[in-house]
Design a protein around this ligand. Structure first.
Ligand code: SF4
Length: 362
């Protein structure tokens, strides 16, 4: 038995190595685990077009080559500053443009954030994510944010924040305080983006991602499907992620939760056809897994309305991270009890640590 097979049998990943930013030589066949950042849209479209069972089978093989096959990473998300955001993201109930009745709150007190982090740790989370509804953090908030990061880190949790756009100086401060991950999503394809958000550009997002990368933090970047986009847009969305100079370490794939009062919620809530088809959602997860073999692919918003069978298919397709707890930022989530029951049914277990959590800036 080869070392790789022994490792797979034992449930541990093969050595993933450091991904190369420059892929050269002949392109591998679909399902090949070579790390590439030069995927083309036609290649990605042909992955989406594959027979479903072949696609999921290949995605699972890629998954087993790089990750423990039974382990799922658990993260907890806390809204540290809710509502009143000046951005106009059409899916978001926290936007000041949405009529959801959500009350804008101030940045939470550091002590209250740390108390929530302690609860998350006690319930088995390995990573604590803190989200603020801002266009970008103000410099006056940076001291409190850094205190939160240092406090959560001192509990032995991985730290993640999502605060909107960052300058290089802000990214450097957060990184120095111990922030492991920064989340900033591309949301959708460059072509569909303008139909969803008008107050910041795709390039603004890419600039923030590059500041995060340059600061040495790991990148968490994904998006939302089911926002009225086409298959071509899903191809374009994953192409944008998989051709970043370095793949994101975490890739959250959300299914739109249509919230009444938001632009997209009002447009799509009563049109079931506009909801993402579950098989198409699983395909999106499988393609993400094949394109970005080392990433943690996270099932995020929308999971609470998925059947257990659909979630199981997502895990088979290579998803290996979820948010736990009853709530995400402002929408419902599956809940820890439901997750524990599902894990027991599927023979999955919580991941105890993830390597590498931080990526050296180059
Ligand atoms: S998604 Fe983020 S940036 Fe967009 S409106 Fe909501 S809180 Fe603001």
């Amino acid at each position: 038995m080869t070392e790789l097979l022994k490792e797979r049998e034992a449930g541990f990943p093969a050595k993933a190595g450091i991904q190369s930013n420059i892929a050269t030589g002949p392109r591998p066949a679909p399902g090949c685990t070579e790390i590439r950042c030069n995927w083309t849209r036609p290649e990605i479209a042909s992955l989406f077009d594959r027979p479903f069972l072949d696609l999921v089978f290949d995605a699972q093989q890629v998954h087993r080559d790089h990750h423990p096959r039974k382990q799922v990473q658990l993260s907890t998300l806390l809204s540290i500053k809710t509502g009143g955001c000046p951005e106009d993201c059409g899916y978001c109930s926290q936007s000041a443009f949405a009529e959801t009745g959500l009350k804008a709150e101030k940045l939470m007190d550091v002590g209250a954030v740390l108390a929530s982090a302690a609860e998350a740790k006690a319930s088995g989370s390995g990573r604590f994510c803190m989200g603020a509804a801002w266009r970008n953090p103000k410099d006056r908030d940076m001291d409190s944010l850094c205190e939160m990061v240092a406090g959560v880190k001192a509990m032995g949790l991985e730290t993640c924040m999502t605060l909107g756009m960052l300058t290089q100086a802000q990214a450097d401060r957060l990184s120095a305080a111990g922030l492991d991950y920064y989340n900033h999503n591309l949301d959708t394809s460059p072509e569909h983006y303008g139909a969803i958000i008008t107050t910041r550009t795709y390039q603004d997002r890419l600039d923030t991602l590059s500041h995060v990368r340059a600061s040495g933090m790991a990148v968490c970047c994904g998006g939302i499907v089911g926002m009225g986009e086409s298959r071509e847009d899903r191809v374009g969305f994953l192409h944008a992620l998989a051709t970043l100079p370095t793949h994101p370490e975490s890739v959250p794939i959300n299914a739109l939760v249509p919230v009444k009062g938001t632009v997209l919620g009002d447009m799509l809530a009563d049109t079931p056809l506009a909801r993402i088809d579950e098989i198409e959602f699983v395909r999106t997860v499988a393609v993400a897994r094949i394109l970005m073999p080392l990433a943690m692919v996270r099932l995020s918003a929308g999971r609470e309305s998925m059947s257990e069978a659909c979630q199981a298919l997502c895990f088979l397709a290579g998803a290996n991270s979820i948010f736990t707890g009853d709530r995400l930022l402002t929408t419902g989530n599956a809940g820890a009890c439901a997750d524990a029951a599902l894990f027991a049914k599927l023979g999955l277990e919580a991941m105890t640590s993830e390597e590498p959590a931080r990526v050296a800036a180059e």
